[in-house]
Design a protein around this ligand. Structure first.
Ligand code: AMP
Length: 216
């Protein structure tokens, strides 16, 4: 099963992708997580991506496409995958289409998670990420038991550099300009499924699941 999650930053793509991945036993591939992991390790890729990420801009297509191509060739992708945060431009979508056509494994569904801008800003500016295990919590909806400390592993919680309000608004602009055109791109291909991302995560997951299982 090959799935793509589309939607603005803060739509809950990461949360939903995790759940789908564990339900169907397919890998969750988040290009944002790959960049952050590389940043933590101080690799050349991480350093190259950092400036773009800090400004809320997209990393150049050729860099992202290469990473995804390598990742999709890994053996754990043979039964399918869920892509979270890729593609984000028409060039990336074209490149992905070419990779999958070559492999003979088309995209099954593109799940378009819809959330209004102000909800995105409220969600992301109060989001906290664990520096040790990467899990995510929310100061309003899902606060940690102890201030600044991850409930899962006791690691230190931090606000992602790109979750400050100014950067969140820049990310939303990038989304509208470069990624939103993919909604029509996949709608024309008949693969797009709209999901209301404003509800509670459990409800959103039920909607995602029924779309995937209906196979329509
Ligand atoms: P995310 O965690 O998906 O919100 O991604 C965080 C940041 O990583 C984005 O704001 C971009 O700077 C960069 N990034 C992640 N995925 C992509 C992509 N497919 N194309 C370009 N930049 C990306």
């Amino acid at each position: 099963m090959n799935l793509i999650l589309l939607g603005p930053p803060g739509a809950g793509k990461g949360t939903q992708a995790e759940r789908i991945a564990s339900l169907y036993g397919i890998p969750h591939i988040s290009t944002g997580d790959i960049f952050r992991e590389n940043l933590r390790k101080g690799t050349e890729l991480g350093l190259e991506a950092k400036g773009y990420m800090d400004r809320g801009e997209l990393v150049p297509d050729d860099l992202v496409i290469k990473i995804v191509k390598d990742r999709l060739e890994a053996p754990d992708c043979c039964e399918g995958f869920i892509l979270d945060g890729f593609p984000r431009t028409v060039a990336q979508a074209d490149a992905l289409g070419a990779m999958l056509a070559k492999a003979g494994t088309p995209i099954d569904h593109v799940l378009n998670i819809q959330v209004p801008d102000e909800v995105v800003v409220a969600r992301l500016t109060a989001r906290r990420t664990c520096g040790a295990c990467g899990s995510v919590c929310h100061l309003l909806y899902d606060p940690p038991q102890k201030d600044g400390v991850c409930d899962e592993c006791g690691g230190e919680l931090y606000c992602r550099d790109d979750d400050g309000e100014e950067t969140v608004r820049a990310r939303l602009e990038e989304y509208k300009e470069k990624t939103q055109p993919l909604i029509d791109y996949y709608r024309r291909e008949g693969r797009l499924r709209d999901i209301d991302g404003g509800a509670e995560p459990d409800e959103v997951f039920e909607a995602v699941r029924s779309v995937v299982e209906a196979g329509t």
